[in-house]
Design a protein around this ligand. Sequence first.
Ligand code: DGP
Length: 118
Amino acid sequence: MTEETLFSKIIDKSLPSDMVYQDDLVTAFRDINPAAPTHILIVPNRIIPTVDDVQDSDEATMGRMLRVARDLAREEGIAESGYRLIINCREHGRQEVPHLHMHLLGGRDLGFMVAREK
Ligand code: DGP
C-alpha cells in the first residue's frame, strides 16, 4: 500500500483544508500559501507521487483534473481573464509535496511562465 501523504490526509479529511471540490477521482482545495488571488490545488485521490508515476489506468483521473480546473476557474471568475495550470515534478520542477497536484493560479497577470537564467 502507498504511504499516506500530507495531501492524502487532506483528501480523507483527517487534516483540515479549505476544500472547494471533491468527487470519486479528485479533490481540490486552496493552497495554504497562495501565490495569486486564486490558488487552488487539484489532486488525484489515489496517491500518485509524481507525474512520472502516472499509470495508463490513471487517464480518466488526469482528464478529470483538467475538467475540474476548467470548472473551478469559471466559478472563481478567472476563466475570461485567464489563468495558469502548473504541475511540478521532482527536484528540477521544485515539487515539494510527493503527491501529484496541479496548481490553478489566476486573478492577476502571472508574468512569464519560467524565470529565465541571467
Ligand atoms: P509544489 O511545490 O508543487 O509541491 O507545491 C506544493 C504546494 O502545497 C505549495 O504551494 C504549498 C502547498 N501546501 C503545502 N502544505 C499544505 C497544506 O498543509 N495545506 C494546503 N492547503 N496547502 C499546502
